[in-house]
Design a protein around this ligand. Structure first.
Ligand SMILES: NC(=O)c1ccc[n+]([C@@H]2O[C@H](COP(=O)([O-])OP(=O)(O)OC[C@H]3O[C@@H](n4cnc5c(N)ncnc54)[C@H](O)[C@@H]3O)[C@@H](O)[C@H]2O)c1
Length: 459
């Protein structure tokens, strides 16, 4: 008799669960990979081969394994009953109520999942925390699972995901490292080995790192905190540049060539967004406070405050430059997603800029190659005070200003002469990502206001 095919289950078919499991299925054809979610619309989209999220290369990746060894379903209980390894990749948003509101992680989806696993598991199972969680969450999971009535053994591992949206497929294919946190016991080591075996199908062993569970949980928060901190640091300097005629691009280049600092994540901008950075830092802040480490908490909190300051500053500059009023003026917002190559608008600076300009009674017209559907839903509360255009030329037609807030490559290569001809004059470009050719725009007649660089204003 042949060996039973092992089943890998992933609970949560979102930005992390879907792409990660598509990669596992492709790399490990001898496993059956099942992804379950309570969101039926999402599941149907995955099943149809049209992923519910936009990610370069994802559709092709899914197509390789879909209905061969990669399956999607809404039946969470049945999935758990079959599983040998369960990845939990449900959302862990910031709590909006009660103690820790606005900072702590809301673990209700997480705990619900733990209880479902307990109720439906039929054989010994390894539970892998894929979601980003506060340090020591695995302990809570273990305590719930320890009450198993069915005499099922559980081992909990932490295996945080480091993919970045927009480059998820590339990141999964070729990760800088895979981090696995587990307990130093016989069953803990066996579980770690089982998970290593999966990743070792395509990730070189030396890039698979094992640590204790708490280090692994903390490392994910720490990585995001460091990345966001770099952005806030460069953005803080961009404010000094605007006050002193230093140029932030020159400063970035000069410090980035220091091999101790390195060149990445040094672009000044309107600020960072996405579902993770702010949430994870606030989570870290909450943890620090919880452990009585007030100074540490305040230190990291400042990264988020600086980001909010930068967004505010961007909007204030728009209003101040446009003669202190944008009321009734059409402003084209180039970008809705929180960064290029994704349709994800969660915590997008673009949307916060929209909110602020709508408050100022501007007529906001949003254009984005992938994020419009989500943006429409998010901004529906404003009714006809906000418009949506697939075509950036149509968005800018009749506008007093363009605010570029997402660094889509397609925005760089537009025919700005054609755009300028159809705009109200004086025409302004606020380049919140410093990705356009400022001198060329100025020569066309635009007034150009970058971040952390001298404004180019026609007198
Ligand atoms: N998005 C990223 O770039 C990224 C990167 C690294 C880590 N993470 C972390 O991964 C986790 C998931 O993030 P995401 O962006 O994929 O979230 P997401 O909201 O896109 O997906 C989560 C999915 O889980 C489903 N879900 C929730 N509770 C469920 C339950 N009890 N049973 C079945 N399904 C359930 C939801 O319906 C949703 O589709 C978060 O903890 C996040 O911090 C995200």
């Amino acid at each position: 008799m042949g060996m039973r095919t092992k089943t890998i289950l992933c609970i949560g078919a979102g930005y992390v669960g879907g792409p990660t499991m598509a990669m596992v299925a492709r790399q490990c054809p001898e496993y059956r990979v099942l992804v379950v979610d309570v969101d039926a619309a999402r599941v149907h989209a995955w099943q149809s081969g049209e992923p519910p999220i936009y990610e370069p290369g994802l559709k092709e990746l899914v197509a390789v394994s879909l209905n061969r060894n990669l399956f999607f379903s809404t039946d969470v209980a049945a999935g758990i009953a079959e599983a040998d390894i369960i990845f939990v990749s449900v959302n862990t948003p910031t709590k909006t109520f009660g103690r820790g509101a606005g900072r702590a992680a809301d673990l209700q989806y997480w705990e619900k999942t733990a209880r479902q696993i307990l109720a439906h598991a039929r054989r010994d199972v390894i539970v892998v925390e894929k979601s980003t969680l506060p340090v020591r969450t695995a302990e809570a999971m273990e305590r719930i699972l320890r009450d198993s009535p069915a005499d099922v053994g559980f081992e909990v591992l932490s295996n945080p995901e480091f993919l970045a949206e927009g480059t998820a497929v590339r990141d999964l294919e070729n990760p800088d490292r895979v981090l696995i946190g587990g307990h130093d016991s016989a069953s803990g080591r066996r579980a770690i080995e089982a998970l290593i075996e999966i990743y070792a199908h395509w990730v070189p062993r030396e890039r698979i790192l094992t640590t204790n569970v708490w280090s692994s949980e903390l490392s994910k928060l720490a990585a995001n905190a460091f990345l966001a901190q770099r952005i806030s640091s460069i953005n803080s300097l961009s404010a000094i540049c605007e006050a002193t005629e230093a140029n932030i691009s020159e400063v970035s280049r000069a410090i980035g060539m220091d091999s101790r600092i390195g060149p990445r994540f040094l672009n000044a901008s309107v600020g960072f967004g996405g579902s993770c950075f702010k949430k994870d830092i606030l989570n870290l802040v909450y943890l620090c406070d919880h452990y009585g480490l007030g100074e540490v908490a305040r230190y990291w909190e400042q990264v988020v405050l600086m980001n909010e300051y930068q967004e505010d500053r961007f909007v204030r500059k728009i209003v101040a430059t446009m003669f202190n009023t944008v009321a009734g003026k059409r402003i084209a917002i180039f970008g809705a997603s929180f960064k290029a190559d994704t349709g994800d608008i969660r915590e997008s600076p673009a949307l916060r800029v929209c909110h602020a300009l709508i408050e100022e009674r501007a007529i906001v017209v949003v254009t984005d190659p992938q994020g419009l559907l989500n943006a429409r839903r998010e901004l529906a509360i404003y009714g006809d005070r906000v418009l949506f255009e697939d075509d950036p030329y149509a968005a800018a037609c009749g506008a007093h200003a363009i605010a570029l807030v997402t660094e889509w490559e397609s925005f760089r290569t537009l025919d700005y002469q054609r755009i300028y001809a159809k705009m109200e004059k004086p025409a302004f470009v606020f380049d919140g990502r410093n990705c356009l050719d400022h001198a060329a725009l100025y020569a066309l007649g635009f007034n150009v206001l970058p971040v952390g660089q001298k404004s180019l204003i026609h007198q």
